[in-house]
Design a binder for this molecule. Structure first.
Ligand code: EPU
Length: 335
C-alpha cells in the first residue's frame, strides 16, 4: 500500500473530469481497507467513478476501492449464491454470470461502475433492479472497523435509493455483495418495450438470458454514449415522481407525455422527456452538453470542467421547473 500525492482523477471517473486528489491510495484487500480507515479520519471512497460529478480537487485521502474476487458460495435447487467483491466491474460480472448460465442480472447488462456501489443507488434498467437479486452485502463500519452483514430488507431499497444514501450515508463502506441467481429455470423479464422489439428484430421467439443481455446491450449502445468515447455518468437526473392531480394537469396540456403509474396516488414521468421538451436535447455549451440521443444524459465532449457540467445541470433544472413546475433531482453524486 502506497500513498500517492497529487494524482489526476481523470481516468477514475466516467465523466473524465480532470481534478486532482491531494493524496490517493489503492486498496486491494479488506484487511488493508481496515487499517487505512483505522488510521485516517477524513477520506473519500472512490470506486468505479460512474455515478460521480467531480467539481473540485479533493483535498483529502482518496481511497480507491479495487478489491477483486468472485466466489460461488452455495448452490441449492435452482438457486446459486455468488459473493462478489466490491472492486469487480459490474458488466464483466454480468457477463461472467451469463457465461455460466446464471440468470437474474441480464437486463442490467452494460451498466457502468463496480459491484460495490451498485446497491447504494439500487441500480436498475429495463424492468429489473439490483434489489431483485441481491441476497445480502457486507460492509465495513467506519466507526468501529467491524464487518457487518446487511440483508436485502435492511438495505431499504427504493427507486435509485437505499439506506446508504440516507440514514447510513458515509457510515459504511460496502466490501462485497452476494447475489441469489437462478441456475436452470430463469425468470425472464422481456416485457420492456424496447427489449421486445429488439428480440423481434433478431427473430428470437424463446430468448435465453444471453439473448436478453445482447438485446439490452444493443439498446443501450444505440442511445447511451460509451464513457470511453464521450464522458458521461448515465442518467444525470432521476425520473421525477409526481402526484396524480399534477400529472392530470400535465397530461391535459401534453397528451403525449410518457408516464408510468407507480402507485394509486403517484406517477413517474421520464426526466428525459421533460428535458427534451425544454429544447436541451443535443445542445452543446462549450465542452458540456446534453446527449443527442438521450436527453437525460449529460456529457463531457472533451475538456469540460465539473463546474461547467454542474452549471448546465442547474440551468436544465431551472428551465424544467419554469415550464412544468417539476423539480428534477440529480441522480449522480456531486462533489
Ligand atoms: N424520452 C424522451 N426523450 C429523451 C429520452 C427519453 O422523450 O431524450 C422518453 C422516451 O420516449 C421514453 C421515456 O422517456 O418514453 C423513457 O426513456 P428510456 O426508456 O430511455 O428510459 P429513462 O427513463 O430515460 C431509465 C433509467 C436508465 C435505464 C432506462 C431503461 C433512470 C433515471 N434512468 O431511463 O438508467 O437504462 O430507464 O430501463 O431511471 C442510469 O441510471 O444511468 C440509466 C441509464
Amino acid at each position: 500500500m502506497q500513498i500517492l500525492k497529487n494524482i489526476s482523477l481523470k481516468n477514475y471517473n466516467t465523466f473524465g473530469i480532470d481534478v486532482k486528489a491531494s493524496s490517493f491510495i489503492e486498496i486491494n484487500a479488506i484487511s488493508d481497507l481496515k487499517s487505512v480507515v483505522d488510521n485516517q479520519s477524513d477520506f473519500f471512497i472512490l470506486s468505479g467513478g460512474s455515478n460521480l460529478l467531480l467539481t473540485k480537487n479533493i483535498e483529502k485521502l482518496v481511497i480507491y476501492l479495487n478489491i477483486k474476487g468472485i466466489e460461488i458460495v452455495k448452490q441449492e435447487d435452482n438457486d446459486v449464491f455468488i459473493k462478489v467483491n466490491a472492486g469487480e466491474n459490474w458488466h464483466e460480472f454480468v457477463l461472467w454470470c451469463i457465461d455460466r448460465n446464471f440468470g437474474g442480472l441480464e437486463n442490467m447488462s452494460l451498466i457502468p461502475g463496480n459491484v460495490g456501489t451498485s446497491p447504494i443507488q439500487n441500480i436498475g434498467a429495463y424492468g429489473v433492479e439490483l434489489k431483485d437479486s441481491m441476497h445480502e452485502l457486507e460492509a465495513l463500519e467506519i466507526a468501529t472497523g467491524n464487518l457487518v452483514t446487511f440483508s436485502n430488507e435492511s438495505c431499504s431499497f427504493g427507486y435509485r435509493n437505499s439506506v446508504f444514501k440516507n440514514e447510513l450515508k458515509g457510515k459504511y463502506i460496502i466490501t462485497s455483495v452476494t447475489f441469489k441467481l437462478t441456475r436452470e429455470t430463469h425468470i425472464l423479464n422481456s416485457s420492456y418495450g424496447a427489449i421486445q422489439s429488439e428480440l423481434e428484430k433478431e427473430k428470437i421467439k424463446n430468448p435465453t438470458i444471453k439473448d436478453i443481455s445482447n438485446a439490452v446491450i444493443a439498446i443501450r449502445q444505440s442511445k447511451l454514449p460509451d464513457p470511453k468515447e464521450i464522458g458521461n455518468s448515465g442518467s444525470f437526473f432521476k425520473n421525477p415522481v409526481i402526484l396524480k392531480h399534477q400529472f392530470r394537469q400535465l397530461q391535459h396540456k401534453y397528451p403525449e407525455v410518457p408516464h408510468y403509474i407507480t402507485s394509486d396516488t403517484e406517477v413517474k414521468v421520464p426526466a428525459g422527456w421533460l428535458v427534451e421538451q425544454c429544447g436541451f436535447k443535443g445542445k452543446r455549451f462549450g465542452d458540456a452538453g446534453v446527449h443527442k440521443k438521450q436527453a437525460l444524459v449529460l456529457v463531457n465532449y472533451d475538456n469540460a470542467t465539473g463546474q461547467e457540467i454542474f452549471e448546465l445541470s442547474k440551468r436544465i433544472q431551472k428551465t424544467v421547473f419554469e415550464k412544468f413546475e417539476i423539480q428534477l433531482e440529480a441522480e449522480v453524486n456531486i462533489l
